[in-house]
Design a protein around this ligand. Structure first.
Ligand code: URA
Length: 436
Protein backbone atom coordinates (compact mmCIF):
# COMPACT_ATOMS: atom_id res chain seq x y z
CA UNK A 1 0.00 0.00 0.00
CA UNK A 2 1.25 3.48 -0.85
CA UNK A 3 0.32 5.29 2.33
CA UNK A 4 1.44 8.69 1.06
CA UNK A 5 -1.00 8.55 -1.85
CA UNK A 6 -3.76 7.54 0.57
CA UNK A 7 -3.00 10.62 2.72
CA UNK A 8 -3.07 12.74 -0.44
CA UNK A 9 -6.44 11.27 -1.48
CA UNK A 10 -8.00 12.21 1.83
CA UNK A 11 -6.28 15.60 1.81
CA UNK A 12 -7.85 16.29 -1.59
CA UNK A 13 -11.31 15.21 -0.39
CA UNK A 14 -11.57 11.79 -2.05
CA UNK A 15 -13.33 8.92 -0.35
CA UNK A 16 -11.23 6.00 0.96
CA UNK A 17 -12.16 2.38 0.25
CA UNK A 18 -13.04 0.17 3.26
CA UNK A 19 -10.19 -2.18 2.29
CA UNK A 20 -7.71 0.72 2.32
CA UNK A 21 -8.87 1.76 5.79
CA UNK A 22 -8.64 -1.80 7.07
CA UNK A 23 -5.13 -2.18 5.69
CA UNK A 24 -4.06 1.17 7.15
CA UNK A 25 -5.18 0.28 10.68
CA UNK A 26 -3.58 -3.18 10.51
CA UNK A 27 -0.32 -1.64 9.25
CA UNK A 28 -0.36 1.07 11.93
CA UNK A 29 -0.88 -1.42 14.77
CA UNK A 30 1.90 -3.61 13.34
CA UNK A 31 4.25 -0.60 13.46
CA UNK A 32 4.59 -0.27 9.67
CA UNK A 33 3.24 3.30 9.54
CA UNK A 34 5.19 5.95 11.46
CA UNK A 35 3.33 8.31 13.81
CA UNK A 36 4.16 11.38 11.69
CA UNK A 37 2.39 9.93 8.66
CA UNK A 38 -0.57 8.70 10.68
CA UNK A 39 -0.86 12.19 12.15
CA UNK A 40 -1.02 13.62 8.63
CA UNK A 41 -3.93 11.30 7.84
CA UNK A 42 -5.70 12.23 11.09
CA UNK A 43 -5.31 15.90 10.22
CA UNK A 44 -6.70 15.29 6.72
CA UNK A 45 -9.67 13.47 8.28
CA UNK A 46 -10.12 16.28 10.78
CA UNK A 47 -10.53 18.81 7.95
CA UNK A 48 -12.21 16.65 5.28
CA UNK A 49 -14.36 14.44 7.52
CA UNK A 50 -15.38 10.86 6.78
CA UNK A 51 -18.50 9.51 5.10
CA UNK A 52 -20.74 7.09 7.02
CA UNK A 53 -19.16 4.19 5.09
CA UNK A 54 -15.63 5.36 5.88
CA UNK A 55 -16.47 5.86 9.57
CA UNK A 56 -17.99 2.38 9.69
CA UNK A 57 -14.91 0.83 8.07
CA UNK A 58 -12.61 2.69 10.47
CA UNK A 59 -14.64 1.64 13.52
CA UNK A 60 -14.68 -2.03 12.53
CA UNK A 61 -10.99 -2.03 11.66
CA UNK A 62 -10.20 -0.51 15.06
CA UNK A 63 -12.47 -2.99 16.84
CA UNK A 64 -10.69 -5.85 15.08
CA UNK A 65 -7.21 -4.53 15.86
CA UNK A 66 -7.04 -6.63 19.05
CA UNK A 67 -8.98 -9.01 21.28
CA UNK A 68 -12.76 -8.82 21.67
CA UNK A 69 -14.74 -10.18 24.60
CA UNK A 70 -16.31 -13.54 23.71
CA UNK A 71 -18.99 -14.58 26.17
CA UNK A 72 -20.62 -17.99 26.51
CA UNK A 73 -24.23 -18.36 25.37
CA UNK A 74 -26.53 -17.10 28.11
CA UNK A 75 -30.12 -15.80 28.19
CA UNK A 76 -28.98 -12.61 29.95
CA UNK A 77 -28.45 -9.81 27.40
CA UNK A 78 -25.06 -8.07 27.32
CA UNK A 79 -25.44 -4.33 27.83
CA UNK A 80 -23.37 -1.25 28.65
CA UNK A 81 -23.54 2.50 29.05
CA UNK A 82 -20.94 5.01 27.87
CA UNK A 83 -20.70 8.63 28.89
CA UNK A 84 -18.79 11.35 27.09
CA UNK A 85 -17.89 12.60 30.57
CA UNK A 86 -18.89 15.33 32.95
CA UNK A 87 -18.21 16.77 36.39
CA UNK A 88 -19.61 14.58 39.17
CA UNK A 89 -20.65 11.89 36.69
CA UNK A 90 -20.58 8.70 38.76
CA UNK A 91 -23.61 7.07 37.06
CA UNK A 92 -21.68 3.92 36.04
CA UNK A 93 -21.02 2.99 39.67
CA UNK A 94 -24.61 2.39 40.80
CA UNK A 95 -25.83 1.51 37.30
CA UNK A 96 -23.66 -1.61 36.78
CA UNK A 97 -24.95 -3.51 39.87
CA UNK A 98 -28.51 -2.33 39.20
CA UNK A 99 -28.36 -3.72 35.66
CA UNK A 100 -26.89 -7.00 36.93
CA UNK A 101 -29.86 -7.31 39.32
CA UNK A 102 -32.27 -6.59 36.46
CA UNK A 103 -30.98 -9.69 34.66
CA UNK A 104 -28.30 -8.23 32.39
CA UNK A 105 -24.63 -9.02 31.96
CA UNK A 106 -22.55 -5.84 32.11
CA UNK A 107 -18.95 -5.82 30.86
CA UNK A 108 -18.30 -2.16 31.65
CA UNK A 109 -14.87 -1.37 30.22
CA UNK A 110 -14.14 2.14 31.43
CA UNK A 111 -11.53 4.85 31.21
CA UNK A 112 -9.53 7.28 33.30
CA UNK A 113 -10.12 10.98 33.73
CA UNK A 114 -8.20 13.58 31.82
CA UNK A 115 -8.75 17.31 32.30
CA UNK A 116 -11.83 18.33 34.23
CA UNK A 117 -13.96 15.23 33.76
CA UNK A 118 -13.36 12.38 36.15
CA UNK A 119 -12.81 8.79 35.09
CA UNK A 120 -14.69 5.78 36.42
CA UNK A 121 -11.47 3.82 37.01
CA UNK A 122 -9.95 6.61 39.11
CA UNK A 123 -13.08 6.75 41.24
CA UNK A 124 -13.10 2.99 41.84
CA UNK A 125 -9.42 2.98 42.75
CA UNK A 126 -10.35 5.11 45.78
CA UNK A 127 -11.79 1.87 47.22
CA UNK A 128 -9.23 -0.01 49.35
CA UNK A 129 -7.85 -3.02 47.47
CA UNK A 130 -10.08 -2.64 44.39
CA UNK A 131 -8.36 -3.54 41.13
CA UNK A 132 -9.39 -2.29 37.72
CA UNK A 133 -6.68 -4.23 35.86
CA UNK A 134 -8.23 -7.58 34.92
CA UNK A 135 -7.27 -9.90 32.11
CA UNK A 136 -9.72 -11.07 29.47
CA UNK A 137 -10.47 -14.37 31.22
CA UNK A 138 -11.17 -12.69 34.56
CA UNK A 139 -13.42 -10.05 32.94
CA UNK A 140 -15.51 -12.77 31.34
CA UNK A 141 -15.59 -14.96 34.47
CA UNK A 142 -16.65 -12.01 36.67
CA UNK A 143 -19.42 -10.98 34.27
CA UNK A 144 -20.67 -14.55 34.11
CA UNK A 145 -20.67 -15.11 37.88
CA UNK A 146 -21.46 -11.65 39.34
CA UNK A 147 -23.34 -10.17 36.39
CA UNK A 148 -21.17 -7.04 36.17
CA UNK A 149 -17.60 -5.83 36.12
CA UNK A 150 -16.10 -2.34 35.86
CA UNK A 151 -12.49 -2.42 34.73
CA UNK A 152 -9.96 -1.00 32.30
CA UNK A 153 -9.18 -2.11 28.77
CA UNK A 154 -6.65 -4.94 28.61
CA UNK A 155 -3.41 -4.26 26.72
CA UNK A 156 -4.70 -6.42 23.86
CA UNK A 157 -8.12 -4.73 23.45
CA UNK A 158 -8.50 -2.16 20.64
CA UNK A 159 -4.78 -1.24 20.47
CA UNK A 160 -5.51 0.93 17.41
CA UNK A 161 -7.49 3.35 19.57
CA UNK A 162 -4.73 3.60 22.17
CA UNK A 163 -2.24 4.67 19.50
CA UNK A 164 -4.58 6.92 17.54
CA UNK A 165 -6.03 8.63 20.61
CA UNK A 166 -2.55 9.42 21.94
CA UNK A 167 -1.69 11.03 18.58
CA UNK A 168 -4.98 12.96 18.43
CA UNK A 169 -4.48 14.21 21.96
CA UNK A 170 -1.21 15.97 21.06
CA UNK A 171 -2.08 17.11 17.54
CA UNK A 172 -5.38 18.95 18.06
CA UNK A 173 -7.43 16.30 16.24
CA UNK A 174 -9.62 15.06 19.09
CA UNK A 175 -12.74 17.16 18.26
CA UNK A 176 -13.67 15.36 15.04
CA UNK A 177 -17.09 13.67 15.06
CA UNK A 178 -16.08 10.66 12.88
CA UNK A 179 -12.86 10.12 14.87
CA UNK A 180 -14.72 10.32 18.21
CA UNK A 181 -17.43 8.00 16.88
CA UNK A 182 -14.88 5.41 15.75
CA UNK A 183 -12.90 5.71 18.98
CA UNK A 184 -15.87 5.23 21.31
CA UNK A 185 -17.75 2.64 19.26
CA UNK A 186 -14.72 0.49 18.44
CA UNK A 187 -14.20 -0.04 22.18
CA UNK A 188 -17.88 -0.72 22.86
CA UNK A 189 -18.23 -3.08 19.88
CA UNK A 190 -15.28 -5.11 21.23
CA UNK A 191 -17.52 -5.94 24.21
CA UNK A 192 -19.90 -7.82 21.87
CA UNK A 193 -22.99 -6.12 23.29
CA UNK A 194 -26.68 -6.63 22.55
CA UNK A 195 -27.57 -3.08 23.59
CA UNK A 196 -25.75 0.13 24.36
CA UNK A 197 -26.96 3.42 25.80
CA UNK A 198 -24.86 6.55 25.37
CA UNK A 199 -24.84 9.57 27.65
CA UNK A 200 -23.82 12.44 25.41
CA UNK A 201 -23.37 15.49 27.60
CA UNK A 202 -23.53 19.10 26.49
CA UNK A 203 -22.88 22.36 28.33
CA UNK A 204 -20.20 24.27 30.17
CA UNK A 205 -18.22 21.26 31.42
CA UNK A 206 -18.91 18.80 28.61
CA UNK A 207 -16.71 17.57 25.83
CA UNK A 208 -19.40 18.87 23.43
CA UNK A 209 -20.14 22.45 24.50
CA UNK A 210 -23.41 22.90 22.58
CA UNK A 211 -26.59 20.88 22.20
CA UNK A 212 -26.15 21.09 18.43
CA UNK A 213 -22.69 19.46 18.50
CA UNK A 214 -23.77 16.85 21.05
CA UNK A 215 -26.75 16.00 18.84
CA UNK A 216 -24.48 15.57 15.81
CA UNK A 217 -22.19 13.18 17.73
CA UNK A 218 -25.13 11.26 19.22
CA UNK A 219 -26.81 10.76 15.84
CA UNK A 220 -23.54 9.54 14.28
CA UNK A 221 -22.95 7.03 17.09
CA UNK A 222 -26.55 5.80 17.25
CA UNK A 223 -26.68 5.24 13.47
CA UNK A 224 -23.38 3.40 13.36
CA UNK A 225 -24.00 1.37 16.52
CA UNK A 226 -27.30 0.08 15.10
CA UNK A 227 -25.73 -0.54 11.70
CA UNK A 228 -23.15 -2.73 13.46
CA UNK A 229 -25.87 -4.84 15.07
CA UNK A 230 -25.93 -3.29 18.55
CA UNK A 231 -29.22 -1.73 19.62
CA UNK A 232 -27.93 1.76 20.41
CA UNK A 233 -29.60 4.83 21.89
CA UNK A 234 -28.28 8.13 23.17
CA UNK A 235 -29.55 10.49 25.83
CA UNK A 236 -28.46 14.11 25.48
CA UNK A 237 -27.96 15.28 29.06
CA UNK A 238 -27.28 18.67 30.54
CA UNK A 239 -23.84 19.47 31.94
CA UNK A 240 -24.55 23.10 32.87
CA UNK A 241 -24.29 22.00 36.53
CA UNK A 242 -22.43 19.15 38.22
CA UNK A 243 -24.19 15.82 38.53
CA UNK A 244 -25.04 15.06 42.13
CA UNK A 245 -23.57 16.92 45.07
CA UNK A 246 -20.02 15.65 45.05
CA UNK A 247 -17.05 15.80 42.66
CA UNK A 248 -13.79 14.04 43.48
CA UNK A 249 -12.98 10.35 43.39
CA UNK A 250 -13.69 9.05 46.90
CA UNK A 251 -16.50 11.55 47.50
CA UNK A 252 -18.21 10.26 44.34
CA UNK A 253 -17.87 6.63 45.41
CA UNK A 254 -19.58 7.59 48.67
CA UNK A 255 -22.38 9.31 46.76
CA UNK A 256 -22.78 6.28 44.48
CA UNK A 257 -23.26 4.08 47.57
CA UNK A 258 -25.85 6.53 48.90
CA UNK A 259 -27.68 6.23 45.58
CA UNK A 260 -27.65 2.42 45.91
CA UNK A 261 -29.07 2.82 49.41
CA UNK A 262 -31.97 4.90 48.06
CA UNK A 263 -30.62 8.15 49.50
CA UNK A 264 -30.34 10.09 46.22
CA UNK A 265 -29.28 12.64 45.18
CA UNK A 266 -32.32 13.00 42.90
CA UNK A 267 -30.50 13.92 39.67
CA UNK A 268 -28.10 10.98 39.95
CA UNK A 269 -30.97 8.62 40.69
CA UNK A 270 -32.96 10.05 37.76
CA UNK A 271 -30.16 9.26 35.30
CA UNK A 272 -29.44 5.81 36.73
CA UNK A 273 -33.13 4.87 36.45
CA UNK A 274 -33.41 6.42 32.97
CA UNK A 275 -30.47 4.43 31.55
CA UNK A 276 -31.71 1.19 33.11
CA UNK A 277 -35.23 1.82 31.74
CA UNK A 278 -33.93 2.46 28.21
CA UNK A 279 -31.85 -0.72 28.25
CA UNK A 280 -34.87 -2.71 29.47
CA UNK A 281 -36.89 -1.39 26.52
CA UNK A 282 -34.03 -1.84 24.02
CA UNK A 283 -33.75 -5.53 24.98
CA UNK A 284 -37.54 -6.12 25.07
CA UNK A 285 -37.53 -6.68 28.84
CA UNK A 286 -39.99 -3.81 29.32
CA UNK A 287 -42.89 -2.72 27.09
CA UNK A 288 -42.48 0.99 27.66
CA UNK A 289 -40.12 3.45 29.27
CA UNK A 290 -42.66 4.00 32.02
CA UNK A 291 -42.74 0.27 32.77
CA UNK A 292 -38.94 0.12 32.58
CA UNK A 293 -38.62 2.98 35.05
CA UNK A 294 -41.02 1.29 37.49
CA UNK A 295 -39.07 -1.97 37.19
CA UNK A 296 -35.71 -0.26 37.69
CA UNK A 297 -36.93 1.81 40.66
CA UNK A 298 -38.42 -1.25 42.38
CA UNK A 299 -35.16 -3.13 41.89
CA UNK A 300 -33.11 -0.24 43.35
CA UNK A 301 -35.51 0.02 46.31
CA UNK A 302 -35.18 -3.72 47.02
CA UNK A 303 -31.61 -3.24 48.27
CA UNK A 304 -30.39 -6.03 45.98
CA UNK A 305 -28.13 -3.75 43.86
CA UNK A 306 -26.41 -2.50 47.04
CA UNK A 307 -25.53 -6.13 47.89
CA UNK A 308 -24.51 -6.76 44.27
CA UNK A 309 -22.14 -3.77 44.54
CA UNK A 310 -20.38 -5.48 47.47
CA UNK A 311 -20.23 -8.70 45.45
CA UNK A 312 -18.60 -6.85 42.54
CA UNK A 313 -16.14 -5.17 44.91
CA UNK A 314 -15.13 -8.50 46.42
CA UNK A 315 -14.72 -10.08 42.97
CA UNK A 316 -12.35 -7.23 42.11
CA UNK A 317 -10.21 -7.56 45.22
CA UNK A 318 -11.65 -4.85 47.48
CA UNK A 319 -11.22 -5.01 51.24
CA UNK A 320 -14.87 -4.69 52.29
CA UNK A 321 -14.15 -4.15 55.98
CA UNK A 322 -11.82 -1.28 55.28
CA UNK A 323 -14.25 0.08 52.69
CA UNK A 324 -17.13 0.08 55.22
CA UNK A 325 -14.93 1.80 57.80
CA UNK A 326 -13.95 4.46 55.25
CA UNK A 327 -17.60 5.00 54.28
CA UNK A 328 -18.50 5.91 57.86
CA UNK A 329 -15.96 8.76 58.01
CA UNK A 330 -17.18 12.28 57.37
CA UNK A 331 -13.99 12.99 55.43
CA UNK A 332 -10.74 11.31 54.56
CA UNK A 333 -8.76 14.32 53.26
CA UNK A 334 -6.62 16.13 55.87
CA UNK A 335 -8.36 19.54 55.54
CA UNK A 336 -12.05 20.38 55.09
CA UNK A 337 -13.36 23.93 54.61
CA UNK A 338 -16.85 25.27 53.98
CA UNK A 339 -18.02 27.91 51.53
CA UNK A 340 -21.00 29.83 52.91
CA UNK A 341 -23.74 31.81 51.16
CA UNK A 342 -23.45 35.55 51.58
CA UNK A 343 -27.17 36.24 51.18
CA UNK A 344 -30.59 34.60 51.28
CA UNK A 345 -31.97 33.46 47.93
CA UNK A 346 -31.86 30.66 45.36
CA UNK A 347 -28.83 29.19 43.66
CA UNK A 348 -29.09 30.14 39.99
CA UNK A 349 -25.65 28.95 38.91
CA UNK A 350 -23.26 26.25 40.09
CA UNK A 351 -20.64 26.27 37.34
CA UNK A 352 -19.41 22.72 36.69
CA UNK A 353 -16.35 23.89 34.78
CA UNK A 354 -15.01 25.85 37.76
CA UNK A 355 -15.77 22.91 40.07
CA UNK A 356 -14.06 20.46 37.72
CA UNK A 357 -10.99 22.69 37.47
CA UNK A 358 -10.81 23.09 41.25
CA UNK A 359 -11.06 19.32 41.83
CA UNK A 360 -8.39 18.71 39.19
CA UNK A 361 -6.05 21.31 40.73
CA UNK A 362 -6.61 19.93 44.23
CA UNK A 363 -5.02 16.76 42.82
CA UNK A 364 -8.24 14.87 42.08
CA UNK A 365 -7.67 14.92 38.31
CA UNK A 366 -4.89 15.03 35.77
CA UNK A 367 -3.40 17.63 33.46
CA UNK A 368 -1.25 14.95 31.85
CA UNK A 369 -1.73 11.18 31.71
CA UNK A 370 1.29 10.61 33.98
CA UNK A 371 -0.01 12.61 36.96
CA UNK A 372 -0.80 10.76 40.21
CA UNK A 373 -4.30 11.22 41.62
CA UNK A 374 -5.19 12.13 45.21
CA UNK A 375 -8.35 10.12 45.69
CA UNK A 376 -9.67 11.85 48.80
CA UNK A 377 -9.72 15.48 47.63
CA UNK A 378 -12.73 17.15 46.05
CA UNK A 379 -15.86 19.15 46.66
CA UNK A 380 -19.09 17.95 48.28
CA UNK A 381 -22.36 19.25 49.72
CA UNK A 382 -22.78 21.23 46.48
CA UNK A 383 -26.08 23.11 46.38
CA UNK A 384 -27.51 22.73 42.85
CA UNK A 385 -29.37 25.41 40.88
CA UNK A 386 -32.98 25.86 41.97
CA UNK A 387 -32.35 25.20 45.68
CA UNK A 388 -32.77 27.86 48.38
CA UNK A 389 -29.92 29.02 50.62
CA UNK A 390 -29.81 31.43 53.52
CA UNK A 391 -27.08 33.75 54.76
CA UNK A 392 -24.30 31.59 56.26
CA UNK A 393 -25.63 28.25 55.00
CA UNK A 394 -23.23 25.90 53.19
CA UNK A 395 -22.85 26.24 49.39
CA UNK A 396 -20.20 23.48 49.27
CA UNK A 397 -17.27 21.96 51.16
CA UNK A 398 -13.68 21.59 49.97
CA UNK A 399 -11.61 18.51 50.84
CA UNK A 400 -7.90 19.26 50.42
CA UNK A 401 -4.42 18.06 51.27
CA UNK A 402 -3.35 21.27 53.06
CA UNK A 403 -4.85 24.58 54.26
CA UNK A 404 -3.20 26.72 51.58
CA UNK A 405 -4.67 24.57 48.83
CA UNK A 406 -8.07 24.60 50.55
CA UNK A 407 -8.17 28.40 50.83
CA UNK A 408 -7.15 28.83 47.19
CA UNK A 409 -9.92 26.42 46.15
CA UNK A 410 -12.51 28.28 48.26
CA UNK A 411 -11.62 31.58 46.61
CA UNK A 412 -12.16 30.07 43.15
CA UNK A 413 -15.36 28.26 44.13
CA UNK A 414 -16.89 31.54 45.24
CA UNK A 415 -16.99 32.48 41.56
CA UNK A 416 -18.76 29.24 40.61
CA UNK A 417 -21.97 30.14 42.45
CA UNK A 418 -24.64 32.74 41.80
CA UNK A 419 -27.39 33.33 44.34
CA UNK A 420 -30.41 35.43 43.31
CA UNK A 421 -33.64 36.56 44.87
CA UNK A 422 -35.78 34.87 42.25
CA UNK A 423 -35.79 31.14 41.67
CA UNK A 424 -35.06 30.01 38.11
CA UNK A 425 -36.30 26.59 36.99
CA UNK A 426 -33.23 24.49 36.06
CA UNK A 427 -33.19 23.07 32.51
CA UNK A 428 -34.27 19.42 32.28
CA UNK A 429 -31.49 16.91 32.93
CA UNK A 430 -32.37 14.73 29.93
CA UNK A 431 -32.88 17.06 26.99
CA UNK A 432 -33.47 14.57 24.19
CA UNK A 433 -33.34 10.87 23.30
CA UNK A 434 -31.82 9.77 19.99
CA UNK A 435 -32.97 6.38 18.76
CA UNK A 436 -33.60 4.68 15.45
N1 URA B 1 -13.63 9.46 24.36
C1 URA B 1 -13.07 8.46 23.63
O1 URA B 1 -13.02 7.32 24.06
N2 URA B 1 -12.59 8.78 22.40
C2 URA B 1 -12.64 10.02 21.89
O2 URA B 1 -12.22 10.21 20.77
C3 URA B 1 -13.22 11.03 22.66
C4 URA B 1 -13.71 10.72 23.90
Amino acid sequence: MNFLSLIESKRDGRELEPAQIKETIAAYVAGRIPDYQMTALLMAIYFRGLTTEETSALTLAMRDSGDALQFPKDPRPLVDKHSTGGVGDKVSLPLAPLLACLGFRVPMISGRGLGITGGTLDKLEAIPGFTTALDLERIIATVQSVGCVICGQTARMVPADKGLYALRDVTGTVPSIPLITASILSKKLAENLDALVLDVKFGAAAFMPTLHKANELAVAMVELGNQCGVNTRALLTNMDRPLGRAAGNWLEVKEAVHCLEGLGPPDLQELVIAFAAHLLVQTDQAKSLKAGRTQARACLDSGQPRRKWDEMLMAQGANLEEFSRKLKLDHTAPVVRELSAERDGYVTCCDPRVIGEVVRDLGGGRLTKEMIIHHDVGVDMLVPPGEPVSFGSILCRVHAIDPVQADAALARLKGAFEVSELREEPAPLVERVIEM
